[in-house]
Design a binder for this molecule. Structure first.
Ligand code: ZN
Length: 416
């Protein structure tokens, strides 16, 4: 792979508070080599990319994805009825759409083992896709939320055994379902909804202990204040969805460096588009009320204001929530008052998310020595985060993978 000299870019690097204009960046061997406001000397034949008038940001992260769901059908029915072949096709399409959205890394939080297989297929070059950190099937209590796409385990010994089984199967992290669904299934309103934690304290402590022993981070689906308190006390690394955190829980999250990944997209998208996929009108009304509630994100906003680490996740695959919902999710972080600065949202969807994954020294920001995942946009994302839709160019590991919101044709390896 030859060098690439990027010139005249407006640079948002994922860690600085301000953009920098007129920046030159040398990409070598798939990494950012030099970043300078001064001209960079390169040899005659070096590829050049003039980005005058355009903005370069790090490749985006969707920190909460389910590649095997299609955003159209009920997630429980898909999980139970899809053959592995059909589920794999859905993964392949979603992986492509992530790249087209400018998302170069995702955390797949499980539909059976499909995320792990997708990761392996992307790494092997079988299909194009983002970098995937996969939890494999989420761990839930017997009959607990998501039992139909996860694995059931009970008792401290049972969950410890399950963590070992998942690690043996090659998962990158552990996902635990610590509370029930907040809405239940839209086909079965009122299903599986209770504010109580699902696991005992002893079970969760064993789960976290074993995961960390095996070098895996743990993320918890926790949607109630009591559930959040329990998982933070047990030492989990991040909370999915979020809730109305108590002051004590926020204090503890700050102390332990816990991340929160709010997911506003699914209910927002369903309220706006649910009629297009046949969600019953009463369910759409329920979501409309939910997204109009000014206090909807109160707990998450209080946590963010206190300095709790945030990342951005869509719950992709849920009805009406395709990969491109990430851009809307970023805008919703502003609209719900989680942050008041678009630059902070970009940081939370890049460098902060990389830290959540434990890979920030390798990828997630535009700094010398880091992997050259980046996105070029024609309009200023700081003016409107929705300017990130259909990016002009997407690069993964220094190679262009998408242009004008469409995947590039791949090189025919054996007939060039
Ligand atoms: Zn989810």
């Amino acid at each position: 792979m030859g060098d690439l000299l990027i010139q005249n870019a407006r640079l948002i690097d994922g860690v600085s508070d301000e953009p920098r204009d007129g920046m030159n960046i040398l990409v070598r061997d798939g990494k950012f080599e030099t970043i300078s406001s001064e001209p960079i000397d390169v040899s005659e034949g070096t590829d050049r990319l003039d980005l005058a008038g355009k903005t370069l940001i790090p490749g985006l992260f969707d920190s909460h994805a389910h590649l095997a769901w299609d955003a159209l059908q009920d997630i429980q029915l898909q999980s139970q009825n899809d053959s592995t072949a059909l589920a794999a096709m859905k993964c392949t399409l979603n992986m492509r759409r992530y790249l087209e959205t400018g998302v170069t890394t995702i955390r797949d939080l499980g539909v059976h083992w499909l995320g792990v297989e997708s990761r392996n297929a992307a790494v092997a070059g079988t299909v194009p896709g983002p970098r995937i950190l996969a939890s494999g099937p989420p761990i839930t209590t017997t009959g607990g939320h998501c039992w139909w796409c996860g694995v059931e385990a009970d008792g401290p010994d049972g969950v410890r055994q399950m963590v070992r089984d998942l690690a043996k199967g090659g998962v990158d992290l552990i996902k635990v379902i610590a509370t029930q669904a907040s809405l239940g299934s839209f086909l079965f309103p009122g299903s599986a909804s209770t504010p109580n934690p699902s696991f005992t304290d002893a079970e969760l402590k064993a789960l976290v202990d074993e995961s960390h022993n095996l070098g895996r981070k743990v993320t918890a689906h926790a949607t109630t204040p009591e559930g959040a308190r329990q998982v933070v006390e047990a030492g989990i690394d991040s909370i999915e969805h979020g809730t109305d955190f108590t002051d004590e829980t926020i204090e503890l999250m700050l102390e332990k460096g816990t991340f929160v990944i709010p997911t506003f997209s699914a209910s927002w998208m369903q309220a706006h588009h649910g009629h297009e996929i046949g969600i019953p009108p009463a369910e759409i009304e329920r979501r409309k009320k939910m997204i109009a509630d000014p206090d909807r994100a109160r707990g998450v906003a209080r946590a963010a204001a206190a300095g709790v680490n945030m990342a951005v996740g869509t719950d992709q695959g849920s009805p009406c929530t395709p990969p491109a919902a990430l851009i809307n999710e970023m805008a919703l972080h502003m609209e719900y008052g989680v942050v008041d600065d678009p630059m902070q949202v970009i940081k939370n969807a890049t460098a902060s998310a990389a830290k959540l994954c434990g890979i920030d020294s390798f990828v997630g920001s535009v700094q010398p020595g880091l992997v050259a995942d980046f996105v070029v946009v024609a309009k200023d994302p700081l003016e409107d985060l929705r300017n990130l839709y259909a990016p002009a160019m997407v690069y993964k590991e220094g190679q262009m993978v998408a242009r004008d919101g469409a995947l590039l044709p791949e090189n025919p390896l054996f007939f060039a």
